[in-house]
Design a binder for this molecule. Structure first.
Ligand code: SF4
Length: 325
């Protein structure tokens, strides 16, 4: 079974004093069943907005989503309720995403209670224990009566994962799920997410500013810049054969040596990301792109297909192919 998540042409307007910010603009992609698609971009690129828009958590959004045969947005409450059970979010900050006054059992059981999906107390307890153990908290009994402040950061994030898992979701949007954790537990949490994908066929939209994490977890990678996807492709295409100057610059600052890099003419990223309320004309990357030409300032590049699911938004892909690594 394949399902598509197709987010086309949606715009979010954030009030910023008297102006508006189009946080995400014309984003279009697909996530397949059991796939981890990583959305990578600097702060303010629109990654989190994209995740929240998919989950129908924002107003002022235009666009369409096809989810497992269901079209969204919808006014049908039953369809929306089903989608909200099938699509869950894990947030960046496990310290804030858990209610400090609730015990672990109640935190993980809450989605079951809200959705009336446990027929008895015994079934509820069994489901909570299974979710906790799937997220790596074993034996589950040891954690049921604890409060969030009694747990480590990694354990708290595992509780958040268990609460996301308890309704058997088909899609999890993981928004920087390890960025606030110690380096020592990051790989453990990533391993849990990968195991869940392998065993339960869960699809992920994994959101991160860190391409090194994408290197560890992704099947496919989409690179975002100022509210647009500028390149999307398989792990191999992005890591070893990227075509967009922005992607190449991100890869060149990655610490991972295994990523193929040519030593000569390495592209480095200079300058700050422009203010989203004042998006540059033409190609949004042109003020920071060493290859920008007059056309780049005037005309916005459309995203083009370079084969095998590799799509790039740059006017001069062909000319730049051999230019830089
Ligand atoms: Fe650089 Fe122009 Fe390509 Fe944009 S369109 S990435 S400015 S070369």
């Amino acid at each position: 079974v394949k399902y598509d998540l197709h987010q086309s042409w949606f715009k979010e307007l954030f009030s910023k004093e008297k102006s508006y910010v189009k946080a995400v603009d014309g984003v279009d992609f697909t996530i397949h069943k059991g796939e981890i698609l990583t959305l990578v971009g600097e702060s303010g690129s629109g990654k989190t907005t994209t995740g929240k828009a998919i989950l129908q958590l924002l107003d002022n959004v235009e666009g369409d989503i096809e989810f497992n045969g269901t079209s969204l947005p919808t006014k049908e409450k039953k369809v929306l309720k089903g989608f909200r059970q099938d699509a869950q979010m894990i947030y960046q900050d496990p310290y804030q995403s858990l209610n400090p006054k609730d015990r672990v059992f109640d935190i993980v059981a809450e989605p079951l209670v809200v959705n009336k999906m446990a027929r008895s107390e015994q079934e509820k307890e069994e489901k909570v224990k299974t979710a906790l153990e799937s997220s790596g908290l074993k034996p589950a009994e040891k954690y049921l009566a604890k409060y969030p402040h009694e747990l480590s950061g990694g354990q708290r994030q595992r509780v958040a994962i268990a609460a996301a898992l308890i309704l058997n979701p088909k899609l999890i949007i993981a928004d920087e799920p390890v960025s606030m954790l110690d380096m020592s537990v990051r790989s453990d949490i990533l391993r849990v997410l990968i195991q869940l994908r392998d065993h339960k066929d869960i699809s992920y939209l994994f959101i991160t500013h860190d391409l090194s994490l994408a290197w560890l977890i992704s099947d496919r990678i989409a690179i975002m810049y100022l509210g647009k996807i500028v390149e999307v492709g398989s792990y191999d295409k992005i890591m070893n054969a990227s075509l967009h100057p922005y992607t190449k610059a991100l890869i060149n600052v990655m610490p991972r040596l295994e990523v193929k890099k040519k030593r000569e003419k390495r592209l480095t990223l200079t300058g700050e990301t422009p203010d989203p309320s004042n998006v540059p004309s033409g190609c949004r990357f042109h003020p920071r792109c060493p290859f920008a030409q007059e056309k780049c300032k005037q005309s916005e590049p459309s995203i083009r297909d370079f084969g095998d699911g590799h799509h790039v938004a740059c006017h001069f892909v062909e000319e730049l192919k051999e230019e830089v690594s």
